[in-house]
Design a protein around this ligand. Structure first.
Ligand code: AMP
Ligand code: ZN
Length: 459
């Protein structure tokens, strides 16, 4: 069965085949670690993790590389303003290095909570300064960069394929000056910094010597340099959020292809936005939700993962606490069914449902449809052992923690009530057991009596 993936470069769904089967090189743009990531960011990472798991299900061996941007991302994507890391440092009274460490750790902890498989290579921009300087030197030797008073800029007029990824509709917007704050020294609005000089009047915390002067890399150069270092000059798939189609990814292509003269990436894939109040969820827009808030409201991180799987990755998805509650209810039902089935012996997944599941994933990662075939199988009259086999296979792909008991910390009060109720039942004091059941309900815990003893879940 083939896997067909939409390629932003050709704007078509194409049957995927890697350069060196069964290996697949996958690069995904990682976080800028100056603050907590919000659940909008995690929608993109969940899409990328689902892609990785699907490719594995289809028999490919994925080598996944993700970067950590810990320098060079300025407050405007058009190379203006201050470095986001330095802004974060000033805000929190810490050094830029401390900020990077703090938010990288927070990101990795969220990734574990969301069941995102760790990349094979997780690479920091600050650990790859020589590689970035090396790439800029290649561009400089080819006459593709020019110098201004504040840095070295890519001369996009010398790379005619520059707008290929974004398509003509975007280019018009750029010409009309949609690209933020024009820098008078730039030859064209699409030109971008590959190296910025340290400001003369201000000591930067992160800066390095280079053949062009003391400074730091532009935001885009790290991805081109590290992707090529770990995956080769041409590789299979590169992903990111849809906002990267118009600036960051065309810049990555210009840097890589300008230097090598070879195609950089074969499949470009982009995840659509998570919206809140009809707008892209974004730190700058003020309205954003972190995973910590999701947890504080009593949700499990994987409820959010389920929420993301209910929409195709190329469609926008609205976030509200109600939609998250609906996802939690569905995931709970699925998990309760899975835990019940876990007691069965396993039989192979029934072909009818397994094929439908794979066909949905093979059709440009149609996860909502794949999820529907999980429900179809559960509702069918297939033998429980085969249902279990199917669910185990599906869980490997969906990563919803279906066979794990609820990971909720009980309050000491609830723990004590549960213990007293178990004792009352053991002593056949059913009147007391019923009374305690009601008390537990009052603290948000529902109890059910099964052959294996009392089971609880949150209301
Ligand atoms: P950043 O930390 O801003 O560099 O973003 C990390 C990733 O999250 C990038 O791939 C962005 O395209 C993506 N992203 C940012 N905002 C959203 C959103 N509201 N919905 C989905 N993805 C997003
Ligand atoms: Zn990138």
């Amino acid at each position: 069965m083939p896997i067909v993936l939409f390629n932003t470069l050709t704007r078509r769904k194409e049957e995927f085949s890697p350069l060196r089967p069964p290996e697949v090189g996958l690069y995904t743009c990682g976080p800028t670690v100056y603050n907590f990531q919000h659940v909008g960011n995690y929608r993109t990472y969940i899409f990328e993790d689902s892609l990785r798991r699907s490719l594995t299900l289809f028999g490919f061996k994925v080598r996944h590389v993700m970067n950590i941007t810990d320098v060079g991302h300025l407050t405007s994507d058009a190379d203006e303003g201050e470095d986001k890391l330095e802004v974060g440092a000033a805000r929190e009274g810490k050094s830029a290095w401390e900020i990077a460490k703090l938010y990288t750790e927070a990101f990795l902890s969220d990734c574990r909570d969301l069941n995102l498989l760790p990349p094979d290579v997780l690479c920091k921009a600050t650990d790859h300064i020589p590689e970035q300087i090396g790439l800029i030197s290649r561009l400089s030797a080819k006459g593709l960069v020019y110098r201004t008073s504040d840095g070295l800029y890519y001369d996009t007029a010398k790379f005619p394929a520059y707008s290929r990824l974004m398509g003509s509709e975007h280019v018009k917007g750029l010409e009309e000056g949609a690209r933020v704050a024009a820098n008078p020294e730039k030859k064209a609005p699409t030109d971008f910094a590959v190296w910025k000089f340290s400001p003369k009047d201000k000591q930067r915390q992160m800066e390095w010597d280079s053949p062009w002067g003391k400074g730091f890399p532009g935001w885009h150069i790290e991805c081109s340099a590290m992707a090529m270092k770990y995956l080769g000059e041409t590789f299979d798939i590169h992903c990111g959020g849809i906002d990267h189609v118009s600036i960051h990814h065309p810049n990555e292509i210009a840097q890589a292809e300008g230097a090598t003269g070879k195609p950089f990436v074969r499949w470009w894939m982009h995840g659509e936005f998570l919206l809140m109040n009809q707008a892209k969820m974004a730190k700058s827009a003020g309205g954003f939700v972190t995973l910590a808030e999701v947890k504080a409201k009593g949700f499990e991180p994987l409820d959010y993962r389920y929420h993301c799987l209910t929409a195709h990755y190329r469609r926008q998805l609205d976030f509200t606490w109600d939609t998250l509650s609906a996802a939690r209810t569905s995931r709970r039902r699925l998990r309760e069914a899975s835990i019940e089935l876990a007691k069965e012996a396993s039989a192979p997944a029934p072909a009818e449902f397994a094929d439908a599941f794979r066909a949905s994933l093979g059709d440009d990662l149609n996860l909502p449809e794949a999820l529907a075939s999980v429900w179809d199988c559960l509702r069918s009259n297939v033998a429980p052992a085969a249902k279990k086999g199917f669910l185990e296979m599906a869980e490997g792909m969906l990563g919803l923690g279906l066979f794990k008991e609820e990971m909720v910390e009980l309050t000491p009060e609830a723990k004590e009530l549960l213990a007293r109720r178990a004792k009352a039942r053991a002593e056949k004091d059913y009147a007391l057991a019923d009374k305690l059941r009601k008390e537990l309900e009052g603290v948000g815990i529902l109890v059910e009596d099964t052959k294996q003893g009392q089971k609880w879940r949150r209301k």
